[in-house]
Design a protein around this ligand. Structure first.
Ligand SMILES: Nc1nc2c(c(=O)[nH]1)N[C@H]1C(S)=C(S)[C@@H](COP(=O)(O)O)O[C@H]1N2
Ligand SMILES: [Mo]
Length: 428
């Protein structure tokens, strides 16, 4: 596989970024460094000369990031460095996802100011292709713009990756890199309009304070962006609260983007700068196979040239059975099921099958609370006789797009898997 290009031409490195961020997390940030040199610059390493070359020091990042993870309830931890964890389907049953049930996807560490829950001096800079560059404090954001509360979908582009054959590298998400909490913040659009977006603007670039796993303070773990047209739609928020509480450390305290409808990698955490660019952003994780799909359908396992990869934008229509849990035994002939469905836009219909997709029955489907909130469905399924069944569910959006029974178009990194969700049911 080709190495991913992580060009950062002209991208404000941490140096530039640090200038824009009055919060001093650099000194303590070094404690999180995971090179001998990094650690050695803040404390002596008496046995440094015996350290095996093939290892990197554990450092302290891991322990503090895992402490920030502790409040999670029942998630499946996929990786602890960086922290990545998903939510089993039956724990996503709440209509509004509680913070302790929201999946976590970190590409780097959790920044020190967040671990300390210290927002003092935090600012957001908006610069680049704008008429008036802005540096806004948290109070500026709260006072100068309309504060809105929206229930918005957050789904990792790689959700469902583990079902692809052949497998794709990356976190082996099953179905749980998804959630739909309530977010409080201001519209990204309103802030961009205050800065006065120039006609030369093409793309946003999102920059945050999370440290790179190497400990190199000049490297960003991830910096993605979205087309300026998407940024100027009313739906994306710059948020500081989840379900009425400050963002938890691990979810971007004190400030993050929430860009519904797009892969959640666009929803930058620990946000301190939005750089408006006159070209498609080329920050880390914008190139190579990162969040990019082949421009044409490819056979599974194809080695696609990276020039033929296109940036992934919208997320496909999808749904999840959140009650009952898979493996349920039923004493009787009927079973009530419920769950959520979502789309880039609105879900128009929901169907349920108990015979491996031979017949489909329409489920009850609620309207979304607001645009880009997931929608709740329920149905009563009847079984003709005892035995093993699977309940399958399938959402269809307002454009008539629906979910495939098996994985959709294979792609090198396993993005955009919206195959139907199913649970096993035993009837006795
Ligand atoms: N600064 C920063 N923002 C980030 C990331 C990150 O590693 N660093 N990960 C992104 C990815 S890939 C995803 S899927 C979402 C996950 O958001 P969550 O951890 O709050 O669920 O955050 C996005 N924002
Ligand atoms: Mo992601």
């Amino acid at each position: 596989m080709k190495a991913e290009t992580e060009k950062t031409s002209e991208l404000g490195t941490r140096q530039v970024n640090a200038d824009l961020t009055p919060v001093d997390h650099t000194r303590r940030g070094l404690l999180k460094a995971t090179t001998l040199a990094g650690i050695g610059s803040v404390m002596s390493i008496p046995f440094a000369k015996f350290f095996p070359e093939s290892l990197s020091p554990i450092g302290f990042a891991n322990a503090s990031d895992m402490a920030a993870y502790e409040f999670k309830d029942g998630l499946t931890l996929l990786n602890d460095r960086p922290v990545n964890a998903e939510t089993p389907a039956h724990l996503l049953d709440d209509k509004v996802t509680p913070a302790n049930r929201l999946f976590i996807r970190n590409n780097g560490g959790v920044p020190q100011h967040a671990l300390d829950m210290n927002a003092e001096g935090w600012t957001l800079t908006v610069d680049g292709e704008v008429n008036n560059a802005l540096t806004l404090s948290m109070d500026d954001l709260k006072n100068r713009f309309e504060v809105v509360e929206r229930q918005l979908i957050l789904e990792c582009g790689g959700n469902g990756r583990s079902f692809f054959q052949p497998g794709a590298s990356g976190n082996q998400w099953s179905t749980g890199a998804i959630g739909c909490p309530m977010w409080t913040g201001v519209r990204l659009r309103d802030v961009l309009e205050a800065a006065g977006v120039k006609s030369s603007a093409v793309y946003t670039a999102h920059i945050g304070a999370d440290p790179h796993l190497s400990g190199d303070p000049n490297k960003l773990p991830i910096s993605r962006g979205i087309p300026i047209e998407k940024a100027l739609e009313a739906d994306a928020l710059i948020a500081w609260e989840i379900n009425g509480e400050p963002l938890p450390a691990i979810h971007g305290f004190p400030l993050r983007l929430v860009v519904p409808g797009y892969p959640a990698s666009a929803s930058h955490k620990w946000l301190n700068r939005i750089w408006i660019r006159d070209q498609v952003h080329d920050g880390p994780k914008m190139g190579g196979y990162s969040y990019r799909m082949p421009a044409y359908p490819v056979a599974p396992g194809t080695e696609v040239p990276t020039e033929d990869m296109e940036i992934m934008t919208t997320m496909p229509v999808k749904s999840l059975i959140t009650n009952p849990i898979t493996g349920t035994m039923v004493n009787g002939r009927t079973l009530d099921i419920r769950g959520h469905a979502w789309a880039d836009g609105e879900v128009a219909a929901m169907h349920v099958s108990h015979d491996f997709g031979q017949t489909w029955q329409e489920a009850n489907l609620e309207k979304p609370r607001n645009r880009y909130a997931w929608q709740h469905f329920n149905a009563t399924v009847s079984f003709p006789m005892k035995g093993y069944y699977e309940v399958w569910v399938r959402a269809t959006d307002t454009e008539g797009r629906t979910q495939p029974v098996t994985t959709p178009g294979w792609n090198p990194r396993g993005y955009g898997n919206n195959m139907i969700h199913r649970i096993a049911v035993g009837v006795s």
